[in-house]
Write a protein that binds this ligand. Structure first.
Ligand code: GLY
Ligand code: MN
Ligand code: MN
Length: 441
């Protein structure tokens, strides 16, 4: 298994180098020092917040915990890893670098963070990339996080290498192991907290290793899009379960949502109908498709469900035109996925950083870009019964077109989201990492 990663890594590294070379040339620098990040201590305490590595650092190599380390790159040279490995007996120091990637780096071990400048190519015009620290100010960097460097890097990394796709396939497979255990726990009557624990155990992750805080929502909690608690109490009646939880492998994320009804009732029929619409949206993913168009297709799909299930007494076209679909689907259809769960770069028109505006009335859409081969996007339509938005609808001019007794009867389910991770392919069907993982795991 890890042979595949060893085989794919060298060409991934070549791509990363090329992208950095281009970005350095465009921004007018000779070298870059990519900082992994530093630990941050809690106020009045001697403990640190969980460490989250700079995504541009883990683009180079699979190290997610290497705080105070740098990757440095000069065009035409072997990249340098300045690796912070303190002598410590309070915390276990990082292992000596090893693995399929390590032979590709000129590795320089430092025992103290302040030894880094001696190991970095600062004599050249070296630009700093990462979370800036005051203590770096006299180290001699030529600039800090200039847009002229960041824009081309964030633009180009939307296209995934084969190595990255393999990491994401593995992340999908781990996610599915967690999802299966979570569904079982739900069916067995577990609390949100117990379901969360079952998810982490089955996917082999601690809380801090998850790509994002798991959303484990029973009943009406699913109407909060990013519901963030794990309730210890078991609800008296269980109607529905929404889980948005995933895994990461070598720093590459997956992002997966499923919704279940406790009974084979009309809510389950609504889930099944949304599932069909979701799969048809996912199948449309292809190069040169404008994601804004697909987002609007999702609104039409939700409008069809609102019409067919008799929630709204208007045609699907009118439901979209009068912006009623936005009450039930108040988020974007999806986002770029990779080094971050919400990868940046979704609005970029070009590597210079010009941006493509969001369609009027859709402020939460996270991609306005035209898709290219090997982008990975999420396709995550939802249909929710959100009290605050329903209240506005009830007060508004379209209230009479809404079948309120029906809508009110569905509030107890909270809502539905179905989310897959899809790779854009230039020929054949798109690769649905999530559906493949559910089929194979
Ligand atoms: N898990 C957050 C999202 O789906 O975007
Ligand atoms: Mn999600
Ligand atoms: Mn998502």
């Amino acid at each position: 298994m890890s042979d595949a990663l060893a085989r794919l890594y060298p060409s991934h590294l070549e791509t990363v180098k090329k992208r950095f070379d281009m970005a350095l040339a465009a921004a007018g620098f000779d070298a870059v020092a990519v900082f992994a990040g530093a630990l941050h201590t809690l106020f009045l305490d001697d403990m640190d917040y969980p460490f989250r590595v700079n995504p541009h650092f883990k683009n180079w190599l699979p190290l997610s915990q290497a705080h105070d380390s740098f990757v440095a790159h000069v065009a035409g040279h072997k990249p340098v890893l300045v690796y912070y490995q303190p002598e410590d007996y309070w915390y276990l120091p990082p292992e000596p670098p090893s693995g399929y990637w390590s032979q590709h780096f000129d590795i320089r071990i430092i025992k103290r963070p302040e030894d880094a400048p001696g190991a970095l190519p600062i004599a050249r015009r070296c630009v700093f990339l990462g979370e800036w620290q005051e203590r770096f100010k006299n180290w001699g960097f030529a600039d800090v996080n200039p847009e002229a460097l960041l824009n081309p890097l964030n633009y180009t990394r939307a296209v995934k290498t084969e190595y990255e796709l393999e990491c994401m396939r593995r992340a999908s497979s781990l996610s599915v192991q967690g999802h299966r255990a979570a569904e079982q726990a739900f069916r067995a009557g577990a609390s949100e907290f117990e379901i969360h624990t079952a998810f982490c155990a089955a996917s082999g992750q601690t809380d801090n290793q998850l790509p994002y805080g798991a959303i484990i929502a029973l009943n009406e909690h699913a109407s909060t899009l990013h519901y963030q608690y794990w309730n210890r109490d078991k609800p008296a009646r269980r109607h529905a379960f929404l889980i948005d939880a995933a895994a990461q492998v070598n720093g590459y994320a997956s992002d997966v949502t499923r919704t279940y009804s406790a009974e084979p009732d009309e809510f389950q029929a609504l889930i099944d109908a949304l599932d069909k619409e979701q799969q048809s949206l996912a199948r449309k993913v292809k190069p040169e498709l404008d994601f804004k168009t697909l987002h609007m297709d999702a609104h039409h799909a939700i409008a069809r469900l609102l019409h067919n299930f008799d929630f709204v007494k208007l045609t699907p076209e009118d439901i979209v035109a009068k912006r009623i679909s936005s009450v039930f689907l108040p988020h974007g259809l999806g986002h770029l996925l990779g080094l971050q769960t919400h990868d940046v770069g979704g609005f970029m028109a070009n590597p210079r950083g010009d941006s493509i505006p969001k369609p009027d009335g859709h402020p939460y859409l996270r991609i306005t870009r035209v898709l290219k081969e090997n982008f990975v996007v999420t396709i995550e339509p939802g249909l929710y019964f959100i009290p605050s938005l329903l209240e506005k609808l009830r007060q508004g001019e379209h209230s009479r077109q809404v079948n309120w007794p029906k809508v009110d009867a569905f509030r107890k389910y909270g809502g539905i989201r179905i989310e897959d991770n899809v790779v854009v392919k230039s020929s054949g069907d798109p690769e649905n990492l999530t559906r493949d993982a559910f089929r194979l795991t």
